[in-house]
Design a protein around this ligand. Structure first.
Ligand code: URA
Ligand code: CA
Length: 441
């Protein structure tokens, strides 16, 4: 087999065989095919697309490129959740303890943030001594004892995806349905959870900018999951503005703590209830979503979900003092207030641009080697559809470099588009994709 012929075939819009897909994934991962040829192939895939069979083959080849993690030693029906990437999305750190408090094992291996989206591991590392690197044994032990474990992917899970993703990132070939679906699902499938819920984001802060594309992506991923024998469903949710109020690592941990204490932003809590109630159904813990929602609310109101977060932190070596007293978490030297000089309603607040402002303050990574400022970020005081008067605080900038903070302040002010009330009320969840089909809300 020659990589040249495979590139040419895809360039001419033809379908690649299973053997051809296995070949280029395997040989690129092993270093036998140079980046420039795979770059050309990725662009051909980007332009001419892959069909469902090719996408499933690509996913399988990526799963088989490295180790898989056997979770059969964890008791019960194990659930996992994945978001396609958003801004200020603290869901995992809230949802995980809520689900675990219901007695269902929530087992997740997460990634780090890159670009304008944040990563769960970085956020967790704002808690002093919290250990995100667990051995498979520790991961399994903790999952059995306290029903929750959140850690990094061990080095050899889907090495193909790491190489492909790094190359896609610099060749403008990220936003392709088959490439995104196979990248995400290969990582999920390499880890043996029984049920997976996908949070497919759509809007200004997401890869998918419109609902139709997001639904196609959701369907593709759900089919791959089911094809692999895993219970898989997807919710298509709003990422037109950041989720919750906080964007930034330590700031989002504070937000997660408040939410688990019943005092968090409404949209973040509501999304956790929407995802969580369905996860409880998938895990057979409850009969239907309504029962799931009631159970989750009970766990938050009784403090059980918050206690679960304390337990998680303790089991992963972190200091619970930082959860009990969130003011001890890393905090920035300066807090700048962004005030409105106009009156009306917030019409839009571009999430990707807000993410980039957080990045400019040091809250994210420009490259995989960047060092993150855990205390930096911003807290939104007004969100889409909120009423604003002249002089009202729109947001707070948390920074350690005053000059960067001042630039961020100007930029955030521009990003708040204030005008007449939007005619359509915003929606948090647009629809659900499952083996039964697609339901739009
Ligand atoms: N997240 C991933 O892991 N892969 C993609 O391709 C896009 C988002
Ligand atoms: Ca948030």
């Amino acid at each position: 087999m020659r990589i040249y012929d495979i590139i040419k075939k895809k360039r001419d819009g033809e379908e690649l065989s299973t053997g051809e897909i296995n070949y280029f994934v395997h040989d690129y991962t092993n270093g036998n095919i140079p980046d420039y040829q795979i770059s050309a192939l990725l662009m051909a895939i980007f332009l001419n697309k892959m069909n469902k069979r090719e996408t499933l083959d690509l996913t399988k080849a990526m799963v088989n490129s490295g180790d898989t993690v056997d979770l059969s030693n964890i008791d019960g029906i194990k659930v996992d959740k994945h978001s396609t990437g958003g801004v200020g999305d603290t869901t995992t750190i809230v949802l995980g303890p809520m689900i675990a408090a219901c007695g269902v094992p929530f087992v997740k291996m997460s990634g780090r943030g890159l670009g304008h989206t944040g990563g769960t591991l970085d956020k967790l590392e704002s808690i002093k001594d919290f250990k995100v690197e667990l051995s498979t044994e520790e991961f399994i032990q903790n999952s059995n004892k306290i029903k929750i474990s959140l850690c990094s992917q061990t080095a050899n899970i889907t090495p193909a995806d790491k190489k492909f993703y790094a190359l896609r990132d610099v060749t403008a070939t990220v936003e392709n349905l088959s490439l995104i679906a196979s990248s995400i699902m290969s990582k999920k499938l390499a880890i043996g959870s029984d049920a997976i819920i996908l949070d497919v984001k759509v809007g200004s802060g997401a890869f998918m900018k419109n609902i139709d594309d997001a639904i196609v992506l959701a369907k593709e991923m759900v089919e791959i999951g089911i094809g692999y024998g895993r219970e898989t469903i997807a919710l298509v949710t709003n990422m037109d503005e950041p989720l919750g109020n906080a964007v930034g690592n330590a700031l989002e941990i504070k937000e997660a703590i408040a939410t688990l204490q019943g005092q968090g932003p409404e949209d973040l809590y509501e999304l956790c209830l929407e995802l969580g109630s369905r996860l409880l159904v998938l895990s057979k813990r409850v009969e239907d979503e309504k029962e799931g929602r009631t159970l989750l609310e009970e766990k938050v109101e009784s403090g059980a979900a918050y206690e679960k977060l304390l337990e998680l932190v303790k089991y992963q070596g972190g200091d619970v003092k930082f959860i009990k007293n969130p003011e001890l978490l890393p905090s920035a030297k300066y807090i700048l207030e962004v005030k409105s000089d106009s009156e009306g309603y917030v019409k839009s607040l571009n999430a990707e641009e807000v993410g980039k402002v957080a990045l400019s303050l040091g809250a994210g990574r420009e490259t995989m080697d960047s060092i993150i400022d855990l205390s930096a970020g911003l807290v939104l005081n007004k969100k889409i559809d909120d009423k604003v008067n002249i002089g009202d605080t729109l947001a707070y900038i948390h920074c350690n470099q005053l000059e960067k903070g001042k630039e961020a302040k100007e930029k955030i002010k521009e990003l708040y588009v204030i005008g007449n009330k939007n005619t359509k009320a915003k929606k948090l969840v647009y629809g659900i994709v499952s083996k039964e089909g697609t339901e739009l809300f």
